[in-house]
Design a protein around this ligand. Structure first.
Ligand SMILES: Cc1ncc(COP(=O)(O)O)c(C=O)c1O
Length: 465
């Protein structure tokens, strides 16, 4: 068997020996034209996979006209930093409007309470979730006298909740999901105690793309007097339009009185450039628990709303530009195309002998294998055909998150044909694999600490020149 880590290193460092690399600053700077030439060559070497629809998620819009438009906006605002609102009041305009438009889309106008929905822009889904969990920890400590506030979340909630739990010293109570991979309500109800800082539901979940029973979770939380966070990082900019289009989507947003906060990623189906998300709260008071202020620092009065200090104002300008240029009609049309393609892919996967779809997804389809077929080998065979899919575990599965790239003519058919061919190929050559398949295989059998060390070694590898 080949050494999977060595295989991975080869995959991660394809430019070694082919491009100039630097371990120290060059004694004299390179000509700008040389630098831009190098950077453009790297970009064009990497464009193809996502541009031609071979990637799950990753680039959600990617149309050349849209990308050029965002880049033009970035150029115009490249020096902006919202940490200095006196210098760049435009940054605060963009951010306030991004928050307002996202809140309105997610039911703020119909909110069942008087408290206005308030929020901030963050750098991505993970940061939005970290911020909300930190706000709930401090809220629970200060307002409810809970010494060690806990997060209650289904096992399928994003890893960012685990990250938040560890960063902020909050025990995470993971509850199981049912046969459809949705939060088990009975288990959730049993897990909520006086120590609960927040109950979490996802709309939809990252692994299986299914929507937790949000109305029931929100009602349970309200009934027990605890807050409820809906993670709509993936679905925030699809589900409102899916509802309008008549897809079977339960109410999942601020229209439910029990929902006290939400995360929704503008840099996914909001079609902004990477580095942008929105976290929303029912009421300004909760948002205040997210803020950081320092009053006695020799550096002056310090205040920042999110985790970072200085922030890239250009990304908020881009995000705002994406939202106002696409508008309701554009988002509705995009969602319609994505949902139609998602259904074709889901049904097509289900029709491939040996594969089955997990749960009842709309546009993020997870599938597993039966009859001794190794799904990770299928994923790997797909990668040799150019596809970049996401490996899942517990149970072993793979998913594809459909984006606008997959709605281009021929892409969904090519995916289904390649997948059927991969399944045939793996059936006739079981056990032949390199790269991620054996790593996933090992992860399922090795002790957690050994897997942790493997993953840390992988991260170390990223920083080797
Ligand atoms: C449901 C869900 N929550 C949170 C995240 C985290 O988002 P990010 O990768 O932007 O930090 C993701 C990412 O895919 C997600 O699907």
């Amino acid at each position: 068997m080949t050494d999977p880590m060595a295989d991975l290193e080869r995959q991660l460092k394809p430019y070694r020996g082919q491009f100039p690399s630097f371990r120290e600053l060059p004694a004299e700077g390179l000509a700008r034209s040389e630098v831009t030439g190098l950077v453009e060559r790297l970009a064009s070497a990497e464009d193809r996979a996502w541009r031609d629809g071979y990637a799950s998620g990753a680039v959600y819009h990617g149309d050349p006209g849209h990308v050029a438009f965002l880049s033009q906006v970035y150029t115009a605002q490249s020096q902006s930093n919202p940490l200095h609102p006196d210098l760049w009041p435009s940054a605060t305009k963009f951010e306030a409007e991004i928050v307002a438009m996202t809140a309105a889309m997610l039911g703020a106008g119909h909110a069942a309470s008087e408290a206005p929905v308030a929020g901030t822009v963050s750098s991505g889904g993970t940061e939005s979730i970290l911020l909300a969990m930190k706000a709930y920890r401090d809220f629970a400590r200060e307002r409810r006298g809970v010494a060690v506030p806990e997060i209650v979340a289904p096992v399928t909630a994003h890893a960012a909740f685990d990250k938040a739990a560890r960063f902020f010293d909050m025990p995470l109570v993971r509850v199981p999901v049912d046969d459809d991979f949705k939060a088990d309500l009975g288990a959730l109800a049993a897990a909520v105690t006086d120590r609960t800082a927040v109950v979490v539901g996802s709309a939809p979940t990252f692994p299986h793309g299914v929507i937790d029973p949000i109305p029931e979770i929100a009602a349970l939380a309200a009934d027990r007097g605890v807050p409820c966070h809906v993670d709509a990082c993936l679905g925030g900019f699809i589900l409102p339009w899916a509802q309008r289009l008549g897809y079977p989507v339960p109410v999942f947003d601020f229209r439910l009185p029990g929902v006290t906060s939400m995360s929704a990623d503008t840099h996914k189906y909001g079609y902004a450039a990477k580095g942008s998300s929105v976290v929303l709260y029912r009421g300004r008071e909760l948002r205040q628990f997210q803020y950081y202020t320092l009053t006695d620092w020799p550096g002056g009065l310090y205040l920042s709303p999110t985790l970072a200090g200085s922030r890239p104002g250009a990304l908020s300008a881009e995000c705002w530009a994406a939202m106002v240029s696409i508008g309701e009609k554009g988002y509705l049309e995009a969602a319609s195309r994505i949902l139609e393609t998602g259904a074709r892919i889901r049904d097509g996967v289900a029709a491939i002998p040996g594969l089955h779809v997990l749960g009842d997804p709309l546009w993020v389809t997870a599938f597993a294998a039966a009859d001794g077929l190794d799904i990770y080998q299928v994923m790997e065979d797909m990668s040799h055909r150019g596809w970049s899919l996401n490996g899942l575990q517990r149970p072993a599965a793979v998913h594809i998150a459909v984006t606008l790239r997959h709605t281009l003519p021929g892409v969904a058919d090519r995916f289904l044909a390649d997948l059927a061919e991969s399944v045939r190929q793996v059936r006739s050559n079981p056990g032949v694999s390199t790269g991620m398949a054996p790593v996933y295989g090992m992860a399922a059998t090795l002790p957690a600490e050994v897997v942790r060390q493997l993953l840390a070694g992988y991260l170390d590898m990223l920083y080797e020149v």
